[in-house]
Design a protein around this ligand. Structure first.
Ligand code: EPZ
Length: 420
């Protein structure tokens, strides 16, 4: 397995371009299953997860080709409807094929995703929605076996927690259902809005974009669409935080500052200077870092996907920072690794108290999940000495060209083959 080696302490300078959003591209790709024809999706990042999703669609008979960041996906003839355990266990977002397959084929057999490093990650809201739409669900040998004899019916569902993929899955099932579907307490993440835009371009009838109530009136026919993936707000936030940690001055292009309302406020409170236009962010940090408290919340609150990276930053600030993780039950896997670099962090249930001590020292650390590994990169960029991060396949799931982009900003970073 490859590893990343970083010699810390060098400020970042220059400019880089932000890639398309992983968590937008994945549902956009599965939405192509909803109808026959050639779909075009622009600004798709070339990541382990997007490659996995395309490989899954290939098992259904889908053909696709990539030209730079543009995907052409042909769903003219699809046959299969099973997502195997081997594929789903590597990427839980595979469950996003359930809604489209039920709509197109009336049938889907998808392995239950199982837990992951950050939590149990159940899909009960997804299944509750499908059941209300008339789907018969059996759970056998770890697979969700779903079928609906004479088409999906509209329904009203209420999500106790505004689930992102739950909202996306039920919405995709609803666009050609008989009647109207109302999703109450729907997720409002920008990635959900990007999917609404694609479905509208396909001819769907959806009201309530960016609100917590989506009303989807079933239509008879959809047509293939052309859509552009929104910029990745979590990649954007990760680079902003990296500059906060390592210092320097960086310009991020092709991003969308309006998708990071809470993070920008919190980073300014921590002492970063950030200027924005519609599609760029300029960030610098020259003075000392101030400790901040924050709590992860559904959008537009502080993103859970930036909690680990911000914790790494707070471990270098002056003072105490109290961090509450309200979305996932086990998203502090990065704490043990950061402590190996000298961070002073105490976890108490869903909260972590970070005693910022101004500096970290390089060490050999291990990535445990996608965003935890990003926090180790942030820490390594600022730490004195050398940091070696193993199991970087986690990183490659969600950050396109991370080593190249950081190298371009002057970081002393390289990827090396781990000796057997
Ligand atoms: C999406 O996951 C993202 N993944 C996650 O990003 C992100 O952390 C998460 O939303 C929260 O923003 C994709 O979009 C592919 P949820 P998702 O359903 O949809 C509970 C990354 O690093 N819940 O909004 O799986 C769940 O356990 C990844 O890019 C149920 O109880 O998250 C969690 O506590 C990590 N039952 C909370 O809701 C359900 O049926 C939010 O989960 C569904 C969810």
């Amino acid at each position: 397995m490859d590893k990343i080696v970083i010699e810390g302490g060098k400020p970042l300078q220059g400019e880089i371009s932000i890639s398309g959003a992983k968590n937008a591209a994945l549902p956009l790709i599965t939405a192509t299953l909803l109808t026959q024809g050639k779909h075009i999706i622009h600004n798709v990042p070339d990541l382990r997860d997007t490659r996995t999703m395309l490989a899954l669609l290939e098992t259904f008979g889908v053909h696709w080709e990539r030209d730079g960041a543009t995907l052409t996906i042909n769903t003219e003839n699809i046959a299969g409807f099973e997502a195997s355990y081997d594929l789903v266990k590597t990427m839980r977002a595979s469950v996003l094929v359930l809604g489209p397959l039920l709509s197109r084929m009336g049938r889907a057999r998808v392995s239950m995703p199982g837990g992951c490093a950050i939590g149990a990650r159940p899909i009960d809201y997804h299944l509750q929605g499908f059941k209300k739409m008339g789907v018969e669900l059996d759970l056998d040998e770890g697979y969700v076996d779903a079928q609906v004899a004479d088409g999906l019916n509209g329904c009203t569902v209420y999500f106790d927690i505004p689930s992102v993929t739950g909202t996306e899955n039920v919405m995709m099932a609803a666009v050609k259902a008989k009647g109207t579907t109302v999703i109450k307490n729907a997720a409002r993440e920008p990635e959900v809005g990007n999917l609404v835009d694609m479905l509208l371009a396909m001819g769907a009838d959806i009201e309530g974009r960016d609100t917590d109530k989506l009303v989807i009136k079933g239509v008879k026919k959809l047509k293939p669409a052309e859509i552009t993936t929104i910029p990745d707000r979590i990649e954007t936030g990760t680079y902003l935080i990296a500059v906060g940690a390592a210092g320097g001055k960086v310009k991020l292009k092709n991003c969308n500052p309006s998708h990071l309302p809470s993070l920008l406020e919190k980073l300014r409170e921590a002492g970063l200077s950030i200027t924005e236009t519609d599609d760029t962010l300029e960030v610098s940090r020259t003075g000392s870092l101030r400790s901040i408290d924050f709590k992860t919340l559904p959008y537009p609150g502080f993103p859970t996907d930036l909690q680990a990276q911000t914790m790494a930053l707070m471990s270098m600030a002056n003072g105490l920072s109290v961090i509450a993780e309200t979305i996932f039950e086990n998203r502090f896997m990065h704490v043990a690794e950061l402590k190996r670099m000298g961070a002073k962090i105490r976890v108490d249930g869903h909260s972590a108290i970070v005693h910022g001590n101004g500096g970290l020292t390089g060490a050999r650390v291990m990535a445990t999940d996608l965003r935890a590994s990003a926090s180790l990169v942030v820490a390594g960029l600022a730490a004195s000495g050398v940091t070696e991060i193993s199991r970087i396949y986690h990183l490659e799931r969600g950050y396109e060209d991370l080593v190249r982009k950081l190298d371009k900003l002057g970081a002393r970073i390289k990827k090396i083959k781990e000796e057997k």
